[in-house]
Design a protein around this ligand. Structure first.
Ligand code: ADP
Ligand code: IPE
Length: 242
């Protein structure tokens, strides 16, 4: 089994509310179709998640404002999920949406149903979502879901697709001299311009490290060049290995 995370930065235009990069998703899905293995797919939110979450004070204590925000963000994420699911379907990947707002609350998590769908050859697709956490309306990130499923199902690899070639020694968007780190073990800089509600690249790295500590190889690849997934383990691989 492999676990794939489609980052919001590559499947959406992060600065424009609900702007979907359909052509990019199509290209990634066509690449995934060529992989002959069980798959769990998780996607992030990008401009379908972060913009309204911030606007409505999510994560935050339950209030009229955050509950309205929850409704907007959850529906927008379901909308994004449907767009992705339709592309999966039209490429012959038959999937089922498993939103964590129905599987995770407080500190309870139940991912058992993922296994049941996989057993029937159906691809589980989950995504960053709103959830209840004590008295708060939280945001459960796609990266958290990836960690949860990796811990439970021990895939042979976890691949994060993002809008950069990998993790650099500093943010490549703002530092033209940034160096791509092919193997990463610890330190790097991450001067995010507008930190998103789930913590950006630093939280992503932490999750990647946690997964790698389980003995599972973890990769960050540029989703604009999904075919790089086929070069994993080769000398000409472009991406970051954790
Ligand atoms: P995604 O939406 O794909 O899950 P994020 O947007 O959270 O991912 O993180 C990717 C972004 O992190 C990149 O677009 C980049 O601008 C930013 N970033 C900041 N510091 C770094 C770094 N050292 N290496 C790579 N990306 C970085
Ligand atoms: C957050 O998921 C989704 C919401 C804000 C609802 P992620 O944190 O995984 O999203 P991206 O990949 O960074 O956009």
């Amino acid at each position: 089994m492999i676990v794939i995370k489609l980052g919001g930065s590559v499947i959406t235009q992060k600065s424009e509310y609900k702007s979907f990069n359909g052509a990019v998703v199509e290209k990634i899905v066509k690449t995934l179709k060529g992989i002959n293995d069980e798959m769990i797919i998780v996607h992030g939110g990008g401009s379908f998640g972060h913009i309204k979450a911030k606007e409505y004070g999510l994560p935050g204590y339950a209030s009229k404002e955050t509950i309205i925000g929850m409704s907007i963000v959850h529906n927008d994420m379901a909308d994004l999920n449907l767009k992705i699911s339709q592309i999966l379907y039209s490429n012959g990947i038959y999937s089922i949406a498993l939103p964590v707002s129905s599987l995770v609350y407080d500190n309870k998590k139940n991912y058992t149903v993922f296994r049941r769908y996989l057993q029937l050859g159906i691809t589980p697709v989950s995504y960053g979502d709103t959830y209840i956490h004590g008295n708060k309306i939280g945001i459960y990130s796609g990266d958290n879901i990836v960690y949860d499923v990796a811990r439970r199902f021990h895939p042979s690899a976890v691949v994060f697709f993002s809008d950069v070639d990998g993790i650099y020694d500093k943010n490549p968007k703002t530092n033209p001299d940034a160096r791509l780190l092919k193997h990463i073990t610890g330190e790097f800089q991450h001067d995010e311009m507008i930190p998103d509600v789930t913590g950006g690249i630093m939280n992503k790295y932490r999750k990647m490290k946690n997964i790698s500590d389980l003995g599972i190889p973890v990769y960050l690849i540029n989703g604009l060049y999904p075919e790089r997934i086929y070069n994993i383990g080769k000398n000409n691989f472009t991406g970051t290995v954790v």
